[in-house]
Design a protein around this ligand. Sequence first.
Ligand code: ZN
Length: 78
Amino acid sequence: MKPTTEKSLSCAIFGHNYIRSKTNIDHTAEFTCTHCDTVVLTDEHGNFDTNTVSNSQIKDTLKELYYLTRRFSKLKAS
Ligand SMILES: [Zn+2]
């Protein structure tokens, strides 16, 4: 079994692998990443609802995640 940190790293590099997990009555849908269980919502037009998080915030988070994962790998190796 692969550790969760490796899965999250692959999401950070290659992007999430979303599957539709829920469809709401108002035509919005919920997608869950099969790798890291990140949940995103789409609006009634099928677009990802990114109003809550700006792009720069996502980038910062991914960068943080990347460095965290590297640190964990080093700890495991030593
Ligand atoms: Zn993911």
